[in-house]
Design a protein around this ligand. Structure first.
Ligand code: FAD
Length: 481
């Protein structure tokens, strides 16, 4: 994988996009005299046409060079996107189907590559592209795929420029901090200093010259979705959350049930009450698949401060600081999904208590089937399995109990990540790895009073939940789902 420091940040191209948002992975060489080939936006994590800094950068390069613009998306082979289950793949493909239709309406060709990212260099060559623009994810499989593509284009010496744009974070991950941050406090102080420079309105997409090259093959979406979903492990799709940009915007701003229009007032008071799921934004599926930009959510939230300043601040803290801290963690910590990624103090305390006697020990299968002695935990597991999105407060309790009920922290972490990635519609996300690491390995947290099994890792229990909310009401709510 490319170590973060080996590629230099901008300035590159016309200044539509903050130069520090863009990194030059390969400079490329314009061919003298010839008309520059098209600019290709390789869409990975930010699956949207509006409010997308990577697309804006690609379009501004294309407009400046009088070159056409295309979008490419490649399905990842196993073990990443295809290790997504039917639930996540269905959401992804149905979102892409809408995106492809929107792209066609804007006369932007959309190339869907079924064979994986290794097909990207071939497409770049076939189209005679002058530049490839990728968006950003800190996760290993995506970084490895991007590195492989950059390596191949460099070897070919075809003169194609490759840029990367962080279109997911409000403050680009490499601009927010140059190192692994210890806590939300250290990260917050860095982000606050530069936030205003990045939290700006999005410009419109510049006009580009019409596409006159190879046309993408027609996609029979029904056949494709059916085939991909049939091949994937059968975790049923969800029906309460429509994929795509329009539905994402409706969840944020819709007049009937939009988060900012009708629900944000209670966010500060009620967001930790699992019996009031509507107090949360419900945006995580859209943020995960990039159907909405966190920056758009933040800009719109700031306009609602008059409704409840405390709620807006609490929401911005989760949306910007906590979410982007998770990207910081996965970007600078290669072991983001194993005990090796925990701080020394946490590894030590967990090791010291690995041999402690547990009241219960459950297998992964028992946990997956919600067969524990704790009805509250079982309800949270079933909320995730059937609904596809566990309440945020319950996620902490759920993961901590897995630490308590398995033979050691390694096993606990791997089971928590396995279940989270398998069933959550927003799973396979930096937030998920950071969330499991926070709960089980004390990531971004401090040491607490030492106790059996947990050592100095923060502890949560049933009695604490009972004091906080109506546990029976939550269990009944999950039964009705
Ligand atoms: P809201 O409270 O409305 O939050 C708005 C947005 O802020 C979220 O969509 C998310 O992007 C961000 N956010 C909120 N809480 C956190 C947090 N604690 N850390 C980082 N970002 C946050 N989030 C995922 O997106 N995917 C996961 O797979 C995931 N797994 C988790 C596993 C565990 C064990 C824990 C403790 C947390 C996990 N989270 C995960 C974080 C958080 O629980 C969810 O983001 C949140 O519940 C999503 O619902 P919402 O969008 O309605 O939340």
């Amino acid at each position: 994988m490319t170590p973060p420091a080996t590629v230099s940040p901008g300035p590159v191209g016309p200044a539509l996009v903050h130069p520090a948002r863009v990194r030059v992975l390969h400079p490329g060489q314009p061919t003298a005299g010839a008309r520059p080939g098209p600019v290709v936006y390789w869409m990975l994590r930010d699956q949207r046409l509006v409010d997308n800094w990577a697309l804006l950068h690609a379009a501004s390069l294309a407009a400046a060079a009088a070159a056409p613009l295309a979008i490419a998306f490649s399905l990842f082979p196993k073990p990443f996107l295809l290790s997504a289950r039917r639930r996540q793949l269905g959401f992804l493909l149905r979102g892409l189907r809408r995106l492809a239709a929107d792209a066609a309406a804007r006369r932007l060709p959309f190339f869907l590559l079924i064979g994986g990212p290794t097909e990207i260099p071939g497409l770049v060559h076939r189209l005679g592209a002058s530049a490839l623009i990728a968006d950003f994810s800190p996760l290993r499989p995506v970084r490895e795929a991007l590195d492989a593509v950059v390596g191949e284009l460099r070897r070919d010496d075809a003169g194609v420029a490759v840029h990367q744009v962080d279109a997911h974070n409000v403050v680009p991950v490499w601009a927010a901090s140059g190192k692994l941050e210890y806590s939300a406090k250290t990260f917050r102080s860095k982000v606050s200093k530069v936030l205003d420079g990045y939290l700006v309105d999005f410009p419109g997409l510049p006009e580009v010259v019409p596409w006159d090259g190879e046309l993408p093959e027609d996609i029979d979406w029904d056949v494709l979705i059916d085939r991909v979903c049939r091949e994937a492990e059968n975790v049923p799709e969800i029906d309460w959350c429509e994929p795509g940009e329009a539905a994402a915007l409706e969840t944020l701003l819709g007049s009937k049930d939009g988060f900012l229009t009708t629900r944000i007032k209670n966010y500060d008071m009620d967001r930790n009450h699992p019996t009031k799921p509507k107090a949360l934004s419900g945006l995580s599926p859209y943020l995960h698949f990039g159907h909405i930009s966190a920056q758009r959510c933040a800009l719109e939230a700031k306009k609602c401060r008059h409704l409840s300043p405390k709620s807006v601040d609490a929401f911005l803290e989760e949306l910007i600081i906590r979410r982007e801290l998770a990207d910081n963690f996965c970007y600078y910590q290669p072991h983001y999904d194993s005990l090796a990624g925990a701080w020394e103090w946490a590894r030590k305390t967990l090791k010291d208590h690995a041999g402690d006697k547990r009241e219960h020990i459950y297998t992964r299968e028992q946990l997956e089937n919600a067969k524990t002695a704790d009805p509250l935990w079982n309800a949270s597991q079933l909320e995730m399995v059937h609904h596809g999105k566990m309440h945020g407060f319950m996620r902490m309790y759920w993961a901590k109990k897995i630490l308590e009920w398995t033979s050691g922290p390694d096993e606990a972490l791997s089971i928590a990540i396995y279940l989270n990635d398998k069933y959550q519609i927003d799973g396979r996300d930096p937030n998920g790895y950071a969330g499991c690491m926070w709960s089980i390995c004390g990531l971004h947290d401090q040491g607490w009073k030492e106790r059996p099994v947990f050592g100095k890792i923060r502890y949560m229990n049933y009695a604490g939940c009972k004091r906080k909310f109506d546990v029976d009401a939550y269990i009944s709510y999950v039964k009705r789902l």
